[in-house]
Design a protein around this ligand. Structure first.
Ligand code: PEP
Length: 247
């Protein structure tokens, strides 16, 4: 059985003091965790969190990466910079980036390639909006988003992690039912199978209001290999419960 990954997305939250408390409580409570655990933190806290996670089993992730390698891109953070902090993961194509920063499928694919080139595992987020879901377009949308990443030439796409995050479930308290989520995950798995022989060992995470109460059922689905957790990852007790529900 492959190990699941529970990745926290802190979004634009945190402070030196709060990060330290959160990570100390997590580290103290993680004994016996059988899954992999990561936290994706705001860029200014990469150095602090890099130090705090040493020896804890928690891995470091970033929330975004520039599509460019280096140069005159004020405000951007490159993949090589993330590597300097030993980031293991980087979110790409989070729906908040697609929605508020106009990231297209092509931009997301380039970002995934930049991360891979720097030895960082991109967690590629895909998911449909409420309107797309209502129009019965879920499958078409997630397949299009993933196809853009799969079919960009360059580094091997079997090294990516995929996160299915229905946009209508992010931060809303609404969750896809375990069966609904599994159905979409199976579609994504088949798409990966058509692209790589490694598809069955690749991780497909579910994200969207995962919490202590619903995690076990979601994580028991055949093609759900972990969770991308926003709000609940900021509460140590809730995040630890989700970690305990994984394997
Ligand atoms: C996220 O930000 O990726 C996310 C899934 O958020 P939440 O768990 O709060 O819905």
């Amino acid at each position: 059985m492959k190990r699941q990954l529970i990745a926290g997305n802190w979004k634009m939250n945190g402070s030196f003091a709060a990060n330290e408390v959160l990570l100390r409580v997590l580290a103290a409570g993680m004994g016996g965790a059988t899954c992999q655990v990561a936290v994706c933190v705001p860029a200014p806290y990469l150095a602090q969190v890099q130090g705090l996670v040493v020896g804890t089993g928690i891995e470091l992730g970033a929330q975004d990466v520039s599509q460019h390698e280096a140069g005159a891109y004020t405000g951007e953070v490159s993949a090589n910079m993330l590597r300097d902090f030993a980031a293991r993961y980087c979110l790409v194509g989070h729906s908040e980036r697609r929605q508020y920063h106009g990231e297209t499928d092509a931009v997301v694919a380039t970002k995934a390639q930049r991360a891979l080139a720097a030895g960082i595992t991109p967690i590629v987020c895909v998911g449909e909006t409420l309107a797309e879901r209502g129009a019965g377009r879920t499958e078409e949308v997630v397949k299009r988003q993933l196809a853009a990443v799969i079919h960009t030439n360059g580094h091997c796409i079997s090294e990516i992690v995929v996160a299915y995050e229905p946009v209508w479930a992010i931060g809303t308290g609404k969750t896809a039912s375990p069966q609904e989520a599994q159905r979409v995950h199976a579609v994504l798995r088949n798409q990966l199978r058509a692209a790589t022989e490694q598809a069955d060992r690749m991780l497909i995470l579910y994200g969207g209001s995962m919490n202590a109460a619903n995690a076990a059922q979601l994580l028991s689905q055949e093609d759900i290999d972990g969770g991308l957790v926003g709000g609940a990852s900021l509460k140590a007790g809730d995040f630890l419960s989700i970690i305990a529900a994984a394997h």
